[in-house]
Design a protein around this ligand. Structure first.
Ligand SMILES: [Zn+2]
Length: 252
């Protein structure tokens, strides 16, 4: 049967000389993988619609719940070309794509997250150095994945605390953590906790009203990245790549 959807192209894996296995995040079915015949053969419209980050309308052909349906049509709705052409944009967006792919299971409909990702890509296209959209996206994505960190009080007694424990995925007060273990805990400023709670509780449509300082955005961004890293039990390839570039750039 034929199935039509809207999707955002996540990645393509070359297969043989000209074919591809595509991973696409669709509004209707969440993540799907599909076989694409010969998109690399010529500079076709089909091929250019399958560039990473492209927002497309697509048609799949195969049995319902087929492991690898065939991608028979792909038309660009918006190419997000700028996000591929500028290295900084490319790295930022690649990082959130990789996190999303690793935390959100395949074939699970995530319509709200799809719209939020699309909005995030639009905002990144306008200003890819604005950290707020990425920060907000990570929080909403963690909510969809069921890995939201808890920052509004101690996970065990609901008492107050500012030290976050990755194993618990939560803040623990000094009593419950045994007076704090400075090695495993991550101390947060009250401002970063407040910023997180605002971004977590507010609807996506209102987030343009939040204007965090660079320092708080950086602090919260670091906590979220470490939390995601812990949840994945390994570093993200893109993040390692960015760290590598930073290290090299800092060298004389
Ligand atoms: Zn406690």
């Amino acid at each position: 049967m034929r199935f039509s959807a809207e999707g955002i192209v996540f990645k393509g894996l070359p297969l043989g000389e000209a074919d591809m296995i595509m991973t696409i995040f669709t509004r209707q079915k969440g993540f799907v993988r599909a076989f694409a015949k010969s998109p690399r053969k010529t500079k076709s419209r089909f091929g250019s619609a399958l560039e990473p980050f492209s927002y497309i309308r697509l048609s799949l052909w195969g049995k319902e719940n087929a492991e690898l349906p065939r991608l028979i049509q792909a038309d660009i709705v918006h190419p997000f070309q700028k996000l591929r052409e500028e290295l900084k944009c490319f790295l930022r967006v690649s990082e959130i794509f990789e996190m999303t792919f690793m935390l959100i299971p395949e074939h699970v409909r995530q319509e709200r997250l799809f719209d939020i990702l699309l909005d995030t890509l639009r905002m990144q296209e306008q200003d890819c150095m604005n950290p707020k959209a990425i920060l907000c996206y990570k929080i909403k994505m963690l909510a969809a994945a069921g890995f939201m960190p808890r920052l509004n009080g101690c996970a065990r007694c609901a008492g107050t605390g500012r030290r976050f424990y990755f194993r618990e995925g939560s803040i623990l007060c000094d009593n419950c953590s045994g007076n704090g273990n400075p090695i495993s805990g991550f101390e947060l400023s009250p401002g970063a906790i407040k910023l997180f709670e605002t971004l977590r509780l507010w609807d996506w449509s209102k987030l343009n009203r939040v204007v965090p300082s660079d320092g708080l955005a950086r602090e919260l961004g670091m906590l979220l990245d470490l939390h995601i890293r812990y949840r994945l039990e390994k570093g993200l390839k893109t993040r390692d790549f960015i760290e590598n570039i930073k290290t090299k750039a800092a060298m004389p």
